[in-house]
Write a protein that binds this ligand. Structure first.
Ligand code: GLY
Length: 345
C-alpha cells in the first residue's frame, strides 16, 4: 500500500496529511523553491532522519511539558535568528505533541509567521496534535493558555516512526482513537495501523475544515477532555510529575461523560456499556485513579479554558454529541463519587 493522503480543506491554506511507512520521503517535494534554510525543532530522545538539500539547524528542546514554556520558546526563536532563518524559510516540528505545539507557536510568531511542516513521531501526534493548527505553550496558571492558530503546510505521518515508540506512548494515542470511535470511526482496531491513522486524521480534518478556530463543531473533538484535562492537572499536582498520560485521561473522561449523560437522561445504560466496551477494547483503563479528588477536579474543571458558562462538557445524546454548559456541580460531584465506587468502571 502506498502513501495515504487526507486533505485539510481551508481554501488557500489547505494542506495534505501524508500517512504511511516511508512518508517522510515526500518531504523534499513539499519544500518550496524559496526555502533556503530549514530549522528543525525536536528532542534529543527522538531519532532524527531528514534527507533534504537545504542547510538544516537542529534545535533540541527538553522532554515533557516543561518544554512548552516562554523560556524555551525564546531560546528556540533566538536560535532561528542565529541561524539566519528568514520569512521565506521553513520550520519543521519533528516530535510528539509537545514539540509540534511549541514549534508551531514559534513558527507562528517568528517574523509574524513562517511556514511550518509537522512530522509527528507519536500516535497521539499523528491522529490529533499535529493536525489542525492549534499551537501553544503553558504558563503557571494552566496548560496551553498562550498560543495561536497556525496551520502547517503539510503533516507527514511516517508510521514507520511508530515501530520504536514505547508501548505506553501507543496506549496514549489510543485514548484519542477511542474518542474517534464516538465521532464516526467504526471498527478502527480491525484496520491496519496506517488505515487507523488515516480514518482518525480524516475525521479530524473534516472538523478543522468546517470550523478552523473552534467557533462551533470543532469543540466536539474535546469529547472526554473536560475531566481528562482536570485529571492531568491534578495528577501533576499530586505527583509533582506527570502521573497520568493524556490518552489514558481521555479514556476515563469518555466514561465519565457517558455516566453524566446517563444521569441526565440523555443516553441509556446500553450506551454507557458501549463506551466501556470501546475503552477496554483499546486496552485502556476506565476507572478513576485512586488519587483523584472530586472537589479539586471540579475546581480544575471550572477553570477549563473551554468552559464558557459554568462546567462545560461534550455529552452524548439522542442527536449525537453536543456541548452542554452549566452542569450542576453537585451532580458532577456525586457522579465522580459513584464512579470511584463502581466496580464496572
Ligand atoms: N485536539 C482538539 C483540536 O485540535 O481541536
Amino acid at each position: 500500500m502506498g502513501i495515504r493522503r487526507v486533505q485539510v480543506e481551508l481554501e488557500e491554506r489547505s494542506y495534505p496529511i501524508l500517512i504511511g511507512g516511508g512518508a517522510l520521503s515526500e518531504l523534499p517535494g513539499l519544500i518550496g523553491p524559496k526555502v533556503s534554510k530549514v530549522a528543525v525543532v525536536t528532542q534529543a530522545s527522538i531519532p532524527l532522519s531528514l534527507d533534504i538539500h537545504q542547510p538544516v539547524k537542529v534545535i533540541t528542546v527538553p522532554d515533557g511539558e516543561v518544554a512548552k514554556s516562554f523560556v524555551t520558546l525564546e531560546r528556540v526563536i533566538s536560535e532561528f535568528v542565529e541561524f539566519g532563518l528568514s520569512r521565506a524559510d521553513l520550520v519543521i516540528g519533528f516530535g510528539g505533541g509537545v514539540v509540534t505545539d511549541l514549534a508551531g507557536f514559534a513558527a507562528s510568531i517568528y517574523h509574524r509567521g513562517v511556514t511550518l511542516v509537522n512530522v509527528p513521531t507519536t500516535l497521539l501526534g499523528m491522529v490529533d496534535a499535529a493536525i489542525g493548527g492549534k499551537t501553544a505553550i503553558n504558563i503557571r496558571e494552566g496548560k496551553n493558555l498562550v498560543g495561536s492558530f497556525h496551520q502547517p503546510r503539510a503533516v507527514i505521518c511516517d508510521t514507520s516512526l511508530l515501530e520504536t515508540l514505547p508501548p505506553e506512548e501507543i496506549l496514549c494515542g489510543r485514548g484519542e482513537m477511542a474518542k474517534y470511535a464516538f465521532l464516526g470511526a467504526d471498527n478502527l482496531l480491525q484496520l491496519p495501523l496506517d488505515a487507523q491513522v488515516e480514518v482518525c486524521a480524516a475525521i479530524k480534518a473534516q472538523f478543522v475544515s468546517s470550523d478552523e478556530t473552534e467557533g462551533g463543531g470543532r469543540a466536539l473533538l474535546n469529547y472526554g477532555h473536560t475531566l481528562a484535562h482536570a485529571l492531568e492537572a491534578q495528577g501533576d499536582l499530586v505527583g509533582g510529575e506527570q502521573r497520568i498520560k493524556h490518552g489514558q485521561a481521555v479514556a476515563i473522561g469518555l466514561i465519565f461523560a457517558a455516566r453524566l449523560a446517563l444521569s441526565l437522561g440523555r443516553i441509556d445504560e446500553s450506551r454507557l456499556d458501549e463506551h466501556l466496551a470501546v475503552v477496554r477494547s483499546f486496552g485502556l483503563d476506565s476507572k478513576l485513579p485512586g488519587w483523584a479528588d472530586p472537589d479539586s477536579l471540579i475546581e480544575l474543571m471550572r477553570r477549563d479554558k473551554k468552559a464558557i458558562d459554568g462546567l462545560t462538557f461534550v455529552l452524548d445524546g439522542q442527536g449525537g454529541l453536543e456541548v452542554v454548559q452549566s452542569i450542576d456541580p453537585g451532580l458532577i460531584r456525586s457522579e465522580l463519587e459513584l464512579m470511584a465506587r463502581d466496580k464496572r468502571s
